[in-house]
Design a protein around this ligand. Structure first.
Ligand code: UN1
Length: 500
């Protein structure tokens, strides 16, 4: 626990978090970590009003100066990195290197946003009228509501928050009810930076603890022009429809059902490592987790044998153990969903390897499993769904066209990958006739994306793009401006409208 001590400087102390309706339990052993209060409707309304007020002054602060706030936040996160990572391990059950990696993702997006704060580029456009010019400018949007999932309790918020801040917006954050403490600690770091920053208004960012109703309040609130939500497709459909009903905007990052294709020329060691990290890493609880594997029939037996060996020796245990690779599932419901998917796969004729619960000494309150491999002849209901657990469905294929069609034959469209030494196959996969996902990788698994690229996916994944590239545009209002510096008023398209 001692690593958490640095967070006392920003007013976060686990031992003080003893009151409130929301309980945080560690997936490591089920132990109660702390409690926080759920936000009431009145508190919620007050926070939205404060954020609207904060937005009015923040939007006028020059963007590079807004970037300075984000730079200072990134610096503070660097200082608290060990503590924040420890908290992720405690509350989400990620192994040390993955927890540290998540905090690094927070730092990286801050750095990206700082650079961006001097690059919110618009366009100049040629006008058809003499002595006129046109511009496209990007303006701050307002308050951005950010709804995040348990599995990336810091990074996904920061993809949104860092960009939204440099774009001149105020923030409201509804974290997963499974990870209130991680959110609280990170938000306290931001609050401490805001407090010391002269140009930052007090209500610039608020944390709204709660469950479903808080998400609904945000979705229905016309004072919040953009809702960025990460989570299940079911949640996204709900939020998406509500926000659309009031003509608000959404940025959705929903379910994934990501595939990998192992071609005849694939390097075997690389493939096995890529598969195992992407399918079993983070205990299968990433949106980008590998869930479907298509192996060319000429390689099937060998790859499957290697995978079975690798899975049998995967070190499953407490994420605080130095050499653990697979920590616990988030909770009992996740374990039950996994077992139900495996049972239905078995009933549908699948051959299931592993997937059983593992008893870790002294941690009977945690749900530890050996990641599962399921051999299937063709898709079944379970393989078309996203079960947030380490289950990899393995198929064989004969032709590359068949494999690409199978990659695309699901309702989700987040990430995809192909392992090959064959240039034609790689280029086909990356072409218009290839993967239909938001992310397509060659010789890399579908997970573990860098923040520099736009992150998100197609179809039921929701269509939103976060983090790098030009994702910042989602957090701004596009304005087309036309300026006439002549003494007359020529009309566009040659329209005549001469008055007496
Ligand atoms: C998620 O699971 O919602 O690409 C985000 C990855 C991470 C982010 C995952 N950088 O796996």
């Amino acid at each position: 626990m001692s690593r958490l001590a640095s967070l006392a400087a920003v007013g976060f102390e686990l031992s003080a978090l003893t009151v409130g309706e929301l309980e945080s339990r560690s997936p490591i052993d089920g132990r109660l970590l702390g409690r926080v209060a759920r936000v009431s409707r009145a508190d919620y309304d007050a926070a939205v009003a404060r954020s609207a007020e904060a937005f009015r002054s923040w939007r006028a602060v020059p963007a590079p100066r807004r970037g300075e706030l984000v730079r200072l936040f990134g610096e503070a996160v660097r200082r608290h990195k060990p503590a924040l990572a420890e908290l992720i391990t405690l509350e989400v059950g990620k192994i040390g290197s993955e927890a540290a990696g998540e905090v690094q993702e927070v730092i990286d997006i801050c750095d990206f946003a700082v650079g961006l704060s001097r690059q919110l580029y618009g366009l100049t456009i040629a006008s058809e009228r003499k002595h006129h010019h046109m511009l496209e400018r990007w303006q701050p949007l307002g308050t951005v509501g950010i709804i995040t999932a348990f599995n990336f309790p810091m990074a996904v918020w920061c993809w949104n928050a860092a960009l939204a801040l440099v774009c001149g917006n105020a923030l409201l954050w509804k974290p997963s009810e499974k990870t209130p403490l991680t959110a609280l600690a990170l938000h306290r770091v931001l609050e401490s930076v805001i407090r010391d920053f002269t140009d930052a208004p007090a209500g610039l960012s608020a944390l709204l603890h709660g469950d479903r109703p808080v998400g609904e309040w945000l979705a229905e609130d016309t004072r919040v022009p953009l809702i960025s939500a990460t989570g299940s497709t079911r949640m996204g459909r709900d939020v998406g429809v509500k926000v659309a009903g009031r003509f608000g905007r959404t940025l959705l990052e929903l379910g994934g059902n990501n595939a990998m294709i192992i071609t005849p020329s694939a390097r075997e060691d690389l493939a096995v490592r890529a598969i195992t990290f992407a399918a079993a890493g983070t205990a299968g609880q990433r949106c980008t987790t590998l869930r479907r594997l298509y192996v060319h029939e000429s390689r099937y037996a060998a790859i499957l044998a290697r995978l079975k060996r690798a899975y049998a020796s995967l070190r499953v245990g407490s994420p605080q153990g130095a050499d653990t690779l697979v920590g616990p599932l988030i909770d009992r419901a996740a374990f039950e969903a996994m077992q139900a998917a495996l049972a239905s796969a078995k009933a549908a004729g699948g051959i299931v390897h592993h997937g059983e619960r593992i008893n870790v000494e002294g941690m009977s309150g945690g749900y530890y499993v050996r990641p599962a491999l399921v051999e299937l002849a063709s898709p079944i209901e379970a393989s078309l769904k996203e079960t947030f657990a380490p289950i990899l469905y393995v198929f064989r294929y004969a032709s590359i066209d068949e494999a690409i069609a199978a990659n695309n034959a699901v309702t989700q469209g987040l990430s995809s990958s192909l392992i090959t030494q064959d240039l034609s196959e790689a280029e086909l996969f990356l072409s218009a006739e290839g993967s239909d996902c938001g992310i397509a990788n060659i010789n890399i698994g579908p997970s573990g994306a860098e923040i520099g690229g736009a992150f998100g996916g197609e179809k039921e994944t929701g269509g939103g793009r976060e983090a790098g590239s030009d994702s910042w545009k989602a957090y701004m209002r596009r304005q087309t401006q036309t300026v006439n510096y002549s003494a007359t008023l020529p009309l566009a398209q040659g329209v005549k409208f001469d008055i007496e």
